[in-house]
Design a protein around this ligand. Sequence first.
Ligand SMILES: [Zn+2]
Length: 682
Amino acid sequence: MNPLLSDWGGASEGGLPPFSMVRAEHFEPAFHAAMAAQRAEFDAIAADPQPPSFANTAAALDASGRWLGRVEMLFHTLNASRSTPELQAVQRCMAAPLAAHASWVAMHQGVFARLDDLLRRVDSLGLDAEARRLLERLHLEAVRAGARLGAAERQRCAELMQELAELNTRFAQNVMADEAGYQLVLRSEAELAGLPEFARAVMRQAAAERGLAPGDHLVSLSRSHIVPFLTFSARRDLREQAWRAWVGRGENAGETDNRAIAQRILSLRNEQARLHGQASFADYQLLDTMAGSKGAVQGLLQRVWDAALCATERERDAVRAAALAHGATHALEAWDWRFYAEKVRQARYALDEAELKPYFPLEAMVAAMFDCAGRLFGLRFERRPGWPVYHPDVQAYEVFDADGSHRAVFLHDNFARLGKRSGAWMNALRWHRLEGGRQTPVILNTNNFAKGAPDSPTLLCLDDMRTLFHEFGHGLHGMLSETRFERLSGTQVLRDFVELPSQLMEHWIADPAVMRRHCRHWQSGAPIPEALIDRIRAAELFNQGYETVRYTASALVDLAIHSLEEEEAPDISAFERDTLARLGAPADCGMNHRLAHFQHLFVGDSYAAGYYVYLWAEVLDCDAFEAFKEAGDLFDAATAARYRRHVLAVGNAVEPGATYRAFRGRDARIEPMLKGRGLLQV
Ligand SMILES: [Zn+2]
């Protein structure tokens, strides 16, 4: 019996898949059967003897491929969060057939002819705004996939998509392998020098999980290990070693080397852009964004880059002074910055991670997150321990709306572990829709926090708290959707708009009143001291130049390499080095992601020429948060209701600029973002 061949999700199990019955070998036959079903749906739509209408074409397309979507969402969830060699093998062997199918669907000539006919007479169809938007999006997506090209070009488009899908898969698996293949084991007090107890506890736990000897401490390349290690380890030699391993992912000669793969991906993307009459992939990619063009993106990035470089010069003076004060006369290297910046932070703001973390136990922070959603939108989250999950760490919740009705199912998967991709993300197992009967969404939030030892709670740092709230913002976008059509629902919006709801949520946990209400010492129960909140606020802008340079360097390299017009892509390492030199990027800061492991760019194309989107959306979220401040209450009911109605509920049913103006009454201004990063006075 293959559980993927039938529907799942009775109401008693929250619409969740039967995780415990699903085996890796079930996926391949299910994928093939579900693809065949969608091909039949498309052929039937094209062969409909009735003239094209919105219902028999656009709405029918929105209703097609549901089985395949369900199986794909489940597969991606398991492969990202509970991966096995068997699932990875399925991913490798299905990448090309799934890409071929996606191309076949997107370029189906019979279906496209009907869409084209409908769009030509769209004004006479009497459609409401959302129906019109669906028709326009379906048509645009078909055109962007190549539906309008000649037969030979369409064939080439399909070949490109298949090869790209295989290369994307290899790129991701290589990064995962490099991360899994590295371990720095600390065995003596001398090797642990400088590391505070909370970092040691996390590393002991990681060592135990991998079956190392008692007393061993493991530093993996997971962010929750590497960042504390670089921040606190007094062993400069080990910091350098760990740093080199971290930034060298994907660039180690041998089987997991990503350089040639990335180069090939870039060449294929350039060919794809040229087939569509664009000079570069960035030109092609940015057409369907809120920014709209390379110039708009470059303008924003350059403005922020110049201001951030000035800010790092001031920060570097302080970091150097701290190094000298600690007797370090060597030049400041990339593996030194965090370590001495932490010394500055401690001296200047008396802010010590070890002092903060006891006030941020994960469980209380999750409660804080739900409380904010309750006060803003009237939502209520109830644990459902009996519902199926794919790993014991995952918690299932039923979500109720203000009127007590069932709103969504929410899965929370918070801990780093082997077989789980690094980073944090939101995804869906089921999207919301109203058409054909309401379907409520099933939404996941995935984080990679280092799990506390068995006898103590998981304690978060400030960065973790921001991540927790960030992903929850995406989650709310998925859960509060009110769209009629499934493909316009939730976070399926233009990519430079999608980070607005997530980044907006981060503002709440940074607020003193929210901290006062929720942050209590996990042992004593004492509320977080006012003085500590003041010091957190005072330190907020510290090291923002460094963080901004690291982000913007990655975004500028992404835009530059995707703007190349040559058919053959260059060697990525040389290109990265030359671009950073041209930009005057400071070597002691580094960048968030180097090209050889830049998964945003090379695992799928949605963030290719698109790493800028976080900054673009930050202009929106900082300006949007001002609306709550202007209302005089961060939980102002009218502002929250406006935000829910005009941003969260509409998904992609409204063009993003119009969505934002409906909420704010005007376009976003850049100043709140610059001010928020301390870059305004420069
Ligand atoms: Zn995000």
